[in-house]
Design a protein around this ligand. Structure first.
Ligand SMILES: N[C@@H](CCC(=O)N[C@@H](CS)C(=O)NCC(=O)O)C(=O)O
Length: 216
């Protein structure tokens, strides 16, 4: 049986949340891989029992396959590309994993401190924005190729862009004013792509018993 011919209702289940950058990168990889899943859009302040029974971390995205539960977005991306990777996203230098780690770690931390500034000590705001800027400058420099690791995109590009998007939209005028040309062009390419449009489709909140929503 072809992977795309799985009966409706028997797809792997993806618990997702439209605006979450981790869920965005998981859905983006799923679309590019051509794999189909059952999408269950959840509301984070009202997590369904079925989701909590599967996700140890109680975070989205969470993918439930027949044999395994994937609780990390990066693992979901790899899962999709290990099934089908026509554009060779997994063909990435090992440095790519370090870059993703930096983005998920120190950059995301700085991003949260800027985005949710009122939750953190105010005297750290400038330092956090500066830490985020340093990472973005590094990306901007690397993106002359014009992707992060050369002339074609790899896993790192699609694992990182949703977080750059999140940072950019905290204050888009400020971001655009930085004149990070390579970074802005790269981000725009993703945001205007048909894949992103599919990734950002709106779905109603999942309720047990409703008809299955297949994605993409
Ligand atoms: N390690 C997870 C982190 C995902 C994560 O933190 N997701 C956020 C939403 S953007 C979440 O579900 N938070 C739980 C909550 O807000 O209750 C991954 O990479 O998939």
């Amino acid at each position: 049986m072809n992977k795309n011919d799985i009966d409706l209702g028997r797809y792997p289940i993806l618990y997702s949340f439209r605006r979450c950058p981790y869920a965005i990168r998981a859905r983006f990889a799923i679309v590019l891989s051509g794999v189909k899943v059952e999408l269950r859009e959840i509301v984070l302040r009202d997590k369904p029992t079925e989701f909590l029974q599967e996700s140890l971390s109680a975070t989205v995205p969470c993918l439930v396959t027949k044999g395994k539960v994937f609780d990390e977005s990066l693992d979901i991306m790899k899962w999709a590309f290990e099934i089908n990777d026509p554009e060779h996203f997994l063909n990435m230098p090992l440095d790519g994993y370090d870059l993703i780690k930096h983005s998920d770690g120190p950059f995301k931390d700085a991003l949260d401190r800027v985005k949710y500034a009122s939750r953190y000590p105010s005297d750290l705001f400038d330092e956090s924005r500066q830490r985020a800027e340093e990472f973005l400058k590094l990306l901007n420099k690397q993106l002359c190729q014009p992707y992060l690791f050369g002339p074609r995109p790899t896993l790192a590009d699609i694992a990182i862009f949703p977080f750059v998007r999140q940072f950019a939209f905290i204050d888009k005028a400020w971001f655009d004013n930085q004149k990070w040309l390579n970074l802005s062009t790269w981000l725009d390419t993703y945001l205007k792509s048909p894949t992103f449009e599919i990734t950002q489709q709106k779905f109603p909140k999942w309720i047990k018993g409703n008809s299955v929503i297949s994605f993409p």
